[in-house]
Design a binder for this molecule. Sequence first.
Ligand code: UTP
Length: 281
Amino acid sequence: MVVFMHMEAPMKIRKVIFPVGGLGTRFYPITKVIPKEMLGILDKPLIQYAFEEALGAGIKQFIFVTRHGKTSIEDYCDHVLTHMERFDSSKCSFCYVRQGEPRGLGHAVLCARHLVDNEPFAVISADDYISHSSSCIGEMIKHYHGSNMAAIMNVPKKDVSKYGIMDVEKENDKTIIARSVDEKPSVEKAKSTHAIVGRYILTHEIFDVLKNLKPGVKNEIQLTDALLQMIPTHGLVGFKFEGKRFDCGSQEGLLEAILHVSSNDKKLAGVIKKFYENIPP
Ligand code: UTP
């Protein structure tokens, strides 16, 4: 049976975890020395878009789960992010925690346990860039009422095995209530095409579940497996966000994101147009 906590007003989310400990193998060789999250959409790295999204949602504490070879992210925080107009150093803080080895997204989240305490928190994967009229995580916070929540989008059936896929118990306009969730199912086994993308609001009880979790798909500690285990006690809500998501962990997705952002810039849109005009048919 699914149990939900009933809250009258949306809950305040003060903390966000940015898991930036992955290897980024789909971008080898560049990610051997440059963190994937420092790849750019034009003049800003992916981590800045993620940071601006969290800042725009009123989040004040930014926790980076980082690892060997990723210190340029910390340098970027010092040199750029702390100097942004909306960043108030008397109220906001940065924390860094190391993930000794890349054991999966669930393990990365677990690494930040001691910085979160007993409160719900956000998770943003910077390699999922979401173009939104304000802030995707901000929109989720407005609809958050105490269950575990993950952003979802519809994907083509052939792509389900790249994602965590929710099985729908109940579907509303903005949300679905999940009956179960399955990490990277085969096309035959997938129960729907509602795929989880890199935005979550999680209850702190997830840390106990992650701690005891056995490795799953790809021999990694999967966040999806923890969400599945918690459905009977905490429920799982899939949130249909506004805006467009780009998988910048893949070369195709990063290219699309660059084209998307450029096409909204008058000068650069002209460059794209000219480029295509000059390509022989
Ligand atoms: P991905 O599944 O894209 O893995 O991680 P990856 O290693 O970064 O990239 P590929 O698949 O090898 O190309 C999704 C998010 O989870 C983080 C990544 O940094 C990314 O933001 N992550 C993943 C960690 O922080 N630690 C891990 O052990 C794995």
